[in-house]
Design a binder for this molecule. Structure first.
Ligand code: SAH
Length: 331
């Protein structure tokens, strides 16, 4: 749903202003057809039907995991495809993982999306329609994480417009919207100034530059020190808790030296404002192996012993290739 277009259209075509609120109500209920907008005269429905599609996707396919997680493949107007995931990380709390680009330009060594290359950025409408899609299927959506395909800080214009729509129209509380980034320093600082109430997660994955550069090409442009300074500025502005994501890959970034480097890196941050989320590597056919579960648990214990709050991410949707880093489309 392209809200800006419709708002303008209603204003400039002498329709009553409340027609726009009626549309907003319809979308909040998960309606995805012009015909379904309650209260609209047939004339207006027909008019719009001929001008603009209601949703930015034309087809959808859904897979359901044995753990209840659902993954949808949405085909966009130009034939490109994106994936979005609906999961229940806590009982009764439904979270949608949304994509912000078709493919991703960051090309992290371990990620299936990166392997697809970068096709194009999504519009704000294509981003928010992922939430509309799940609602239209009768699902509750309580929170949104920008952890699907793409790098949010590589498409800030659409991502920021989408955040405003999710907050103002879809009614999601700012504290229920999280953005995850591979770490672009200037954008981290700008995000903190613009959205101090949202959550930020940083995909760290290594605490020394050589290992990080091997895994994440973006690290060749921005050192860990630069990222640290940006995060500290972010924390001074927002005073919000910051989440570090650390993907554990067997024999690559999960040894004792890596553990020590992580604890050393985190010393610069106020302990009460940071949390480390350990992610066990999900298979993506990129030639890496996951760290054994016992070592993942050891990492968590090690961090906690060093007074760093830590948890292990539940690997939801693995059997449907819907888990972190597994999102990729064929064409
Ligand atoms: N580009 C953003 C948003 C993607 S979020 C970012 O980098 O943060 C997707 C999360 O899943 C990131 O933390 C990413 O590093 C992680 N991830 C990528 N590949 C993975 C894999 N194979 N197994 C587990 N997590 C993976």
């Amino acid at each position: 749903m392209n809200f800006d277009f419709i708002e303008q259209y209603i204003k400039t075509h002498q329709h009553e202003n409340f027609r726009y609120s009626q549309l907003v109500h319809a979308v909040q209920k998960g309606i995805t057809t012009w015909d379904g907008v309650l209260g609209w005269p047939d004339g207006l429905k027909n008019e719009l039907q001929n001008i603009i599609p209601f949703t930015s996707y034309t087809a959808s396919q859904v897979w359901t995991s044995t753990d209840g997680t659902k993954k949808a493949l949405l085909t966009l107007q130009d034939g490109q495809q994106i994936e979005t995931v609906l999961m229940e990380p806590k009982s009764g709390h439904w979270s949608v993982c949304i994509s912000c680009e078709v493919g991703c330009p960051m090309n992290c060594a371990f990620c299936a999306t990166g392997k697809m290359g970068f096709k194009r950025a999504l519009t704000a409408e294509e981003i928010t329609d992922q939430v509309l899609f799940w609602r239209s299927e009768g699902n509750e959506v309580n929170s949104v994480v920008f952890m699907g395909m793409g790098e949010p800080f590589h498409n800030t214009k659409s991502v920021y417009q989408a955040i405003d729509v999710l907050r103002d129209i879809y009614g999601l509380g700012q504290r229920h919207i999280s953005v995850s980034t591979c770490g672009i320093p200037a954008e981290i600082v700008a995000f903190g100034e613009k959205y101090p109430q949202l959550n930020l997660a940083i995909s760290l994955h290594a605490a020394t530059d050589p290992v990080r550069k091997e895994l994440m090409p973006i690290a060749r442009n921005h050192s860990l020190e630069e990222v640290k300074q940006a995060l500290l500025t972010y924390l001074r502005t927002t005073k919000r808790q910051l989440m570090f994501e650390y993907l554990l890959i067997n024999g690559v970034n999960d040894g004792p030296k890596d553990q020590q480097a992580l604890v050393a890196y985190l010393q610069a941050f106020p302990k009460q404002l940071i949390h480390v989320n350990l992610i066990r590597y999900n298979q993506t056919y990129r030639g890496f192996e996951p760290t054994p579960v016992s070592r993942v648990k050891h990492w968590k214990q090690w961090l906690i012993t060093h007074s760093i709050s830590a948890s292990i991410r539940k690997n939801l949707g693995m059997d449907i290739q819907g888990a972190c880093g597994q999102l990729a489309t064929a064409n």
